[in-house]
Design a protein around this ligand. Sequence first.
Ligand code: SF4
Length: 360
Amino acid sequence: MIGLYIHVPFCKRKCPYCDFYSVEAKNDELLDAYVYRLLEEADGYKSRRVKVDSVYFGGGTPSLLSQKQIDKILNGLNKCFYIDNNAEVTAEVNPSSADYNKLLGYIGAGINRISFGIQSSSDRELNALGRLHNFKQAENAVYAAKKAGFENISADIMIALPGQTGAGVEKSVEDIINLGVQHISCYILKVEDNTPYAKMNLSLPDDDECADMYLRMCDILKSSGFDHYEISNFSKPGYESRHNLKYWRAEEYIGLGVSSHSYFDSVRYFNKRDLPAYLNGDNIRVTEDMNIDKAKEYLMLSLRLSEGISVKKYLSLGGGNDIYLKSESIGNRFLKIHNDNISLTEEGFLVSNEIISRLL
Ligand code: SF4
């Protein structure tokens, strides 16, 4: 069974660090028109009757969609795909656009997992990130989700923020754990070109401070019962993101919506970042170069996961048979070698790109 990703490219206001494809949601008619086009695109897959066991609404801000719009999308998708009764159905939710009634409507429409973009428990940091919510609102949103009946809740945290200290990271992580969520995704802020942040003179933690923050965060999460199952993701046992695991395990998924990516029928393709063309019904699909090195792809994706790689599989994909030798030369500070299995340590996660390039 494959995953379905639905991109919702609208936000109330653009955050200054963000380079995801999203535009300001001007009115509800625009959202209705987008929903209509999403379902037209889904209809193109109808004859295939593909089996699906995860649906993920990402963005942008999917929680700008009303319960009625979510309901319409999920009903439409059910007509085009075989969605498993036990499918994981996630919506990313911005704490500033969530209340009890909306979340109750979402659960009624079939959403069973919520991912809140909380980012920090410091209102000063949230303000510097240009977020529309404060931590009190985030707390209220999580409590509202629980009251509505959600039992699978994830929260995003960002670290290495302007002016952030190690103590600030500890407090955010502890405050967010105390909300009683089952899953936490943690991202290290990266200032992307062409964002307003890139033009600001920000005082950011240096690499060593950043590494200390990451490792401290890992320790706190682990001592609170979270498994570190992917570089940036931690979960209570059994609450790993089924949808995101498909990406890292190179399983297939179909993306719908502007700027979405797909890997289906062994072909990778994406829709361009062009909302007017998408709404117009133009063909904005681009097929990616499939001439990729399968062993390299496997190494790059699987080493993101704590489960790591199977050397047998790596060799069967054409990987170099000096992998053990190279791993041993890198050493056990960064890599764990156990029979057929090689995986990164937490310090290894921090420098994964460097290690992967040395292994290749
Ligand atoms: S709410 Fe999320 S997607 Fe929208 S601008 Fe902010 S970071 Fe980007």
